[in-house]
Design a protein around this ligand. Sequence first.
Ligand code: HEM
Length: 130
Amino acid sequence: MANDITVITETLELVAERVGDPMPLVFQRLFREMPEVEALFVQDKDALVRGQMFQVTVESLLDFLGDRSYGASLIRIERMNHQGLGVDTQVFDRFYLILVDAFRDILGAEWTPETDAVWTRVVRELTGTV
Ligand code: HEM
C-alpha cells in the first residue's frame, strides 16, 4: 500500500535525523534481549557484517512494500541460510521486531499510533508471524 511506504520511509528518515545510522542501536538492543547471539558476531570486529545485515533487512522490507521484486524471497532464503548459522526461524524473525522496538524508542512521541499500526502489520506480513 502506498501509505505503508510513506509511513515506513518517513520513519526511516526521522530515525536518521535523530541518530544518524541506527544500526549500532539496533544491535545493542538485539544483544541485550538475546545475549546468546552476540557470540555469533565476534569475528565482525569492524561491524561490516552487521552493517550489511542491517542494510539488507531494511532494503528487503522496502522492496516488500514496493514492487516485491525480491524482498520476500530473499527473506525466505536468508531465513534458511541463517538456520545453518544456528539462528532459528523465530530468532531470525525477531530481528524485525527488535528493529521496530528500537525505532519506537528512538522516536519517542514522534512514534504515532498510525506508525505503530503500519509497522506492526508490515512486519507481521513480512515474517508470516503474529
Ligand atoms: C536475530 C536475528 C539474526 C541473527 C542472530 C543473525 C546472525 C547473522 C550472522 C552471525 C551473520 C554472519 C554470518 C557470517 O559470518 O557468515 C549474519 C549475516 C547476514 N545476515 Fe543475519 N541474523 C539475523 C537476522 C537477519 C535478518 C532478519 C536478515 C534479513 C534478511 C539478515 C540478513 C543477513 C545478511 C544479508 C547477512 C550477510 C552479511 C554479509 O556477510 O555480508 N539477518 N547474520
